[in-house]
Design a protein around this ligand. Structure first.
Ligand code: GRF
Length: 215
């Protein structure tokens, strides 16, 4: 499966996807990386991995649709089958979503549907949740609202601040996103009628409690 990745910044999730794709037998290959911000750190990760990387600066276009048309043109020229958003900080239009429907996934730093949008870690601390985490989901027209492919949970610990909690979640993101990409690329996950169907095997005894339970 040929994958395109859209980024806006440091690109640590992109790096985790590049590393996964470089392992033997991984069922996906990143063919192009596009940043809407010049100088995004993630562009260097792509180039270091020998992957084509370019900037398409949204500020150079007259409106969202014109910017997105250029992005789609570049992705299609690279033969992209699946689009991964990885810290891409632009809301995408309904037309872009329709074009890539069922072929566009995103990682979000919360256990959706809790805390869509920005500042998820501060909001999780404010809400007093004991578990926080990240989600990989198909992108639909609702911001951070599409069908969920996978989630990883981390504990919220006493004394956590937003930065510390973000770092713990990010470590989980770097494991979750490649795992979800693998499931999608292997055809074990499909999006049908707005819901995700998963055909992978899981051990139902694997459960997570925070704080841990005593035996
Ligand atoms: C990640 O926390 C991701 O979940 C969110 O934006 C952040 C991007 O980080 N959408 P990076 O650029 O992948 O390091």
């Amino acid at each position: 499966m040929k994958v395109g990745v859209l980024i806006s910044g440091r690109g640590s999730n992109l790096k985790s996807l590049l590393d996964a794709c470089a392992t033997p037998d991984f069922p996906a290959q990143i063919v192009t990386v596009i940043s809407n911000r010049p100088g995004a750190g993630g562009l260097d990760h792509a180039r270091a991995a020998g992957v084509a990387a370019e900037t398409i600066d949204h500020k150079d276009f007259n409106g969202r649709e014109a910017f997105e048309a250029e992005v789609t043109k570049a992705l299609e020229a690279a033969g992209v089958d699946l689009l991964c958003l990885a810290g891409f900080m632009r809301v995408v239009s309904a037309g872009f979503v329709r074009h890539w429907q069922g072929r566009m996934i995103n990682i979000h730093p919360s256990l959706l549907p809790l805390f869509p949008g920005l500042d998820t870690h501060a909001r999780a601390l404010e809400a007093g949740v004991r578990l926080h985490g990240c989600s990989v989901h198909y992108v639909n027209e609702e911001v951070d609202g599409g069908p969920i492919i996978g989630q990883a949970a981390v504990p919220v610990l006493p004394g956590d601040d937003p930065a510390g909690l973000a770092a713990r979640v990010l470590t989980a993101e770097h494991r979750l996103y490649p795992a979800c990409l693998r499931l999608v690329a292997e055809g074990k996950v499909r999006c049908r009628d707005g819901r995700v169907a998963i055909s992978a095997d899981f051990d139902p005894s694997e459960r997570l409690f925070s704080p841990p339970l005593e035996d």
